[in-house]
Write a protein that binds this ligand. Sequence first.
Ligand code: SF4
Length: 434
Amino acid sequence: MRIGFIVPSWHYFKDPFKLQPYWELYYSSILKKKLGEKTDIKIIDLRGKSKKNEKFNEIINELDEKDFYLYWIMKSGDANEIYSIVDLLKKKFPRSKHIAGGTHVDMLQDECKKVFDSIIVGPGENSFLNAIQNGSEKKFLESYSKVDFADTPYPKRDWLPYNSVISKNMFKQYGDYNATMVYFSRGCFYRCAYCVYNVPNKLQAKSPKLIEDEINYLKTNYDVQAILLKDEIALNPNKKIFFPQMEAIGNSNILWRGQTTSIGTYEQLKLAKETGCLELSVGIETVDDNVMKMIDKTWQSEKIINQFIENAKKVGIKIKICLILGLPGEPKNIVDKTINFIEKQKPDYVSLSGFCPMPGSPIYQNPDKYDIEFIDKNWDKHAHLLFRFSNNESVGLPFRYKKQTHWGNSFSREEIILNIQHIQRWLSSKSMVY
Ligand code: SF4
C-alpha cells in the first residue's frame, strides 16, 4: 500500500520552513505503527511551492501515484490550494483515494465532502486507518473525548530531510539554535468568538514520560537545542498536569518558548523560567474593553494582563503580545489606544494580525450579531499575519462591516489596512517584530 501525506505550500508565510508539518508527521507515525513497516508512507512536502508559482501544476503532475493521498487542513487559507491538488491528482490517478481531516474539514463538512473521497471529523488517530480500510464511507466521525493525547506516539521526524525539520530561524532572536516545533497539549477550553484553534474544546495534555521521550529523541537524532511549544496554553492551569510537565521539560535540559494565556501565575512563570523558557507569547488581542466583551474574552482584563507581563519580567521571561486589528466594536482611536497600551506595558515583542472571520468560529457562524455584511468565501484570501514586513500585500481582511453598526460608524477594509500598516511600521521602527 502506498500512502502520500500532502503538506500544502503554506503560501501565507514568508518563511514556511520556520514551522514544521507536525500533524502530518504525527498521523503518518501512527499509521506506520498500525499498518506495519511494509506500508510505504511518504510526506509530500510542498512548503514554498505555492499555486502562485507558474510551475505548480507541473510540480503536482510529477508526483508519484499513491493508493491514498491524505491531508490535515488546519487553516482555511490552505483549502483552495489543496482542492486544486486533489483535482489535478484525480485526473492523473483516477483510482487513488483522497482523505482529509483537520479544523477546516470539521467546520465545512458539506464543502469538503464534495472534494474528498472521505472526510475525517474529529481526531485522526483512528479515523485515518478506518478511512483507508473502509474507503466506501464518506465520513468518519469520532469525538476527541474518545481519543486521548497523553500516550499516543510522538511524531517521527525522519520522514523529512534534516533542514525541513530543523530551523535556525525559529529562535534567531535568542541565538544560533537548532530548533523545532512540538505540541505537549492540544485544544483549549475557552471560546473566544473569533477562534477555531480551540479544537478540541478542552486541553488534552501529553504525559510527562512522552514529553521526555520526545525531547530526548530530538536531542539525540537532531541535536535539537530549543523547542517551540505550539500548544494554545503552554502553562497548563491544572497544577496536577502543569508541575509534572514542567519537570519533564526541566529534566530534558532544553530551551523553549511557547504561547499561553494571561491567566498564568507568578509561580507558573517562575517555574517555566527555571525549566528553560525564554519567551511566552500571550493572546491579548485587543486593548479596548468593548471589543474584549464582543469577542467573549472578558476573562482577561487590563489588570490581569498588566500583572502577567510584570511577573514575566520579574522572572526574566521575554513577552510577545498578540494583537488583532479589525475586530468588531473597535473605536475610532484604536491605533492611538493600541500604541499607548504597548508603550505603557512595554512587551518585548508584538505580533499584530488582521481579523479573519475563520469558518466555524462564532463570528463566522453569526455575522449579523457582529454587523458583518459580507464574508469572502474565497479561502485564498483568508490570512491574518498582515503587513509585518512590507505594506505590499493583497490577501487578508476577507469581510466587510455594515457602515452603521450597533457600536457606531465602522471601519472600512481600507481603513483597517491603514490602521494595521501604521502600527506595523511603528513596531518595526521599535524592533518589536520578528
Ligand atoms: S483564542 Fe486562544 S484562548 Fe481563545 S479560544 Fe482560541 S485558543 Fe483558546
